[in-house]
Design a protein around this ligand. Structure first.
Ligand code: PHB
Length: 396
């Protein structure tokens, strides 16, 4: 994310959008196939829908980088066809994200769309993809219903469900703090589902909740009133869901307000991920989270991925980059088995991609099209002048 770059953060998404299209359409050359990938052996057009603006823009940039890295490593091809990537801005939610996705499918004729950070955008997109019979590969947004009550043959997810990534942490926190955990999150679909997922397993393991609060999403910069309420509640620990710019403010203010010394902070891994953690620095030390990835996973596959990512972007990868990198890997396998490139053919092939050899470890799609994977307990520690998400253990 932006903090390590010499290019000003505000300019980076626009710059990347530009370079991405130029590089990739350069690969496409004269064999450009306007039929959205219907022609075997030609070009396949993929829509990339990530936030290029708003509170989650840095996450979108990581996803773009991850997707692009996979393409670069595979000669710009997916399933043997030259990939042309068309980008659109998801913005801060469905109001911008839904029309942007519709344009990718109806106007740009993308064979599939990859991306989506925000749960509310994903929920707003489900019916459109289901009805237009085009594959949507969600590479972040965790809305539970997308792979639950509202699952679709056309919607697949390479990331996580909010209820699962949060539920993984509940028993681990209950072991450390039985009494009085305060729950706080951004007020929208993902925040509410993260809190519910955590609460369910935390209470089942004997934990007690001290309070629950939702902060206006994308609008809260000053967390002091909420931090005062936490202090006043007598809570013994806090569980929180924030990501991107909100995660930076929350964790820094938590420490500045003096809570970090006395009330341990837990959350889903997005709270301390990548550029967010760099911006938080020492203020985040001691925060414990659950996630399906860390740069500190010491496997050869992860080390190789980190080296390639650093070489390409001069920074460490994040879970967002991995989820999008894996979406490219999945599409690569599926397109190879779907020579016609139609939506029906492609989703049939998605059902047969098998295990994915990912930097996060091996995972596969479950029956509901969600990623079946391991979750890890991570703790922010200082290491050699940097702060990292050390892997403490696997979560059950
Ligand atoms: C979501 O809206 O589903 C979401 C957004 C950012 C994250 C995780 C989940 O880091």
């Amino acid at each position: 994310m932006g903090v390590r770059s010499v290019v000003p953060r505000t300019l980076r998404p626009a710059l990347l959008a530009l370079t991405g299209v130029l590089v990739l359409s350069g690969c496409a050359g004269s064999s450009l196939d306007q039929s959205g990938g219907q022609q075997a052996g030609g070009t396949v057009k993929i829509g990339l829908l990530v936030p290029l603006s708003g509170v989650y823009a840095p996450l979108g940039e990581d996803m773009r980088n991850g997707f692009q890295l996979y393409l670069t490593e595979h000669g710009g091809k997916l399933g043997g066809r030259t990939a042309e990537v068309v980008s659109a801005d998801e913005g801060e939610g469905p109001q911008t994200g839904v029309p942007a996705a519709q344009k990718l499918v109806t106007q740009d004729q993308a064979a599939a769309v990859v991306g989506v950070v925000n749960s509310a955008t994903a929920l707003g997109l489900r019916d459109f993809f289901h009805e237009s019979k085009k594959p949507l590969l969600i590479a972040n947004a965790g809305a539970n219903d997308i792979t639950g009550a509202r699952k679709s043959a056309y919607v697949w997810r390479t990331s996580f469900a909010n209820g699962k990534v949060s539920a993984a942490l509940g028993p681990a926190v209950a072991k450390e703090v039985k009494e009085g955990v305060y729950l706080i999150a951004a007020d929208y679909a993902a925040g509410r589902e993260m809190v519910a997922g955590f609460r369910r397993t935390f209470e089942a393991a004997g934990g007690k909740v001290a309070g629950e609060k939702y902060t206006p999403f994308g609008k809260t910069q000053d967390f002091q009133p909420f931090l005062s309420a936490i202090r006043g509640s007598g809570a013994k620990a806090v569980y929180g869901f924030y990501a991107g710019a909100e995660a930076v403010s929350f964790v820094k203010q938590y420490q500045q307000f003096g809570l970090a010394e006395s009330i341990p902070l837990y959350g889903t891994g997005f709270l301390t991920e990548g550029g967010v953690l760099d911006a938080q620095g020492e203020a985040a030390v001691g925060v414990k989270t659950s996630l399906h990835y860390s740069t500190e996973l010491g496997t050869p596959r992860n080390k190789e991925f980190i080296a390639a990512y650093r070489k390409a972007y001069d920074e460490a990868p994040t879970v967002y980059a991995v989820q999008a990198y894996d979406a490219a890997a999945v599409l690569d396998k599926a397109l190879a088995k779907a020579p016609g490139g139609s939506g029906e053919e492609l989703v049939k092939a998605l059902g047969g991609v098998g295990p994915i050899d990912s930097p996060r470890g091996q995972w596969s799609f479950d029956a509901d099209h969600d990623a079946q994977q391991k979750y890890y307990l991570r703790e922010v520690r200082s290491s050699g002048g940097a702060v990292v998400n050390a892997v403490v253990s696997e979560l059950g």
